[in-house]
Design a protein around this ligand. Structure first.
Ligand SMILES: CC(C)(COP(=O)(O)OP(=O)(O)OC[C@H]1O[C@@H](n2cnc3c(N)ncnc32)[C@H](O)[C@@H]1OP(=O)(O)O)[C@@H](O)C(=O)NCCC(=O)NCCS
Length: 209
């Protein structure tokens, strides 16, 4: 998803949580006296979600959580992506829960009968498996409904999302140069840069069933 200001923007809180998790991982490895080894290629598409995280279809009562999660994570529930201004809550959504708390949301739209576009994926408690569980859920649901392609748009500076999706079998299929520059005409609040990286291009990733 593009920024709404964009899916790709980490709030300072999320960014700090991701940094803390990465630092803890590096410290753990250093304590063991070894450099992290890359994961085996055959394990890259099969992430086991935390079994305490469950996912279900969103219902009307989830609307306040969904709206708040999107606004908090991406700055707004409206997104400017592929030259359109869209409602990021989409046609359908699923919510992740752990210990009775909502911990993440995925929204998507039915883009033709056999294709779904992921509009947003947000973990309100990052690093506990909510993002993975939501993606696993959507893939299972897509398989069940004979959808043949899932796709999404992220932006060039969102390195965490690029990593997250590629490690889960999504493939980069297109770069829309300067699409974010154009999107600022629809949504002027899209930041110009993040962590020193200019935000300019949209990247299309897909997963085929
Ligand atoms: C990208 C995003 C959705 C990932 O969600 P998440 O819930 O943090 O992701 P997960 O916890 O499932 O996985 C993240 C990492 O934590 C690991 N993890 C999973 N369960 C875990 C657990 N119980 N404890 C610790 N780590 C865990 C995963 O293995 C993964 O690491 P890896 O990528 O090295 O394999 C989240 O960071 C987010 O909301 N980002 C901001 C919005 C965004 O950019 N969305 C995507 C744009 S299209």
């Amino acid at each position: 998803m593009a920024r709404a200001p964009g899916l790709s923007r980490h709030t300072p809180r999320l960014a700090a949580a991701i940094d803390r998790r990465r630092d803890a991982r590096v410290r753990r490895y250093r304590a063991l006296g070894r450099i992290p080894e890359p994961r085996r290629a055959d394990s890259m598409n099969t992430h086991t979600s935390d079994s305490r995280v469950t996912v279900r279809n969103a219902v009307a009562e989830d609307a306040p959580f969904v709206n708040e999660a999107l606004a908090d994570t991406f700055g707004s529930t409206m997104m400017a992506v592929h030259d359109e201004l869209l409602d990021a809550t989409g046609d359908a959504a699923a919510v992740a829960e752990r210990d009775g708390r909502r911990v993440g949301v995925i929204t998507y739209r039915l883009d033709g009968t056999q294709t779904w576009e992921i509009l947003s994926l947000a973990a309100t408690e990052p690093g506990i498996g909510a993002g993975s569980a939501l993606l696993d859920w959507l893939r299972a649901e897509a398989t069940r409904q004979r959808v043949t392609r899932l796709w999404l748009v992220t932006t060039n500076e969102n390195l965490a999302a690029l990593r997250f999706y590629q490690r889960r079998g999504f493939d980069l299929v297109r770069v829309e140069r300067d699409a974010v520059t154009r999107a600022r005409r629809l949504k002027p609040s899209i930041p110009l840069e993040d962590d020193g990286l200019p935000i300019r291009h949209e990247l299309v990733l897909e997963w085929r069933l």
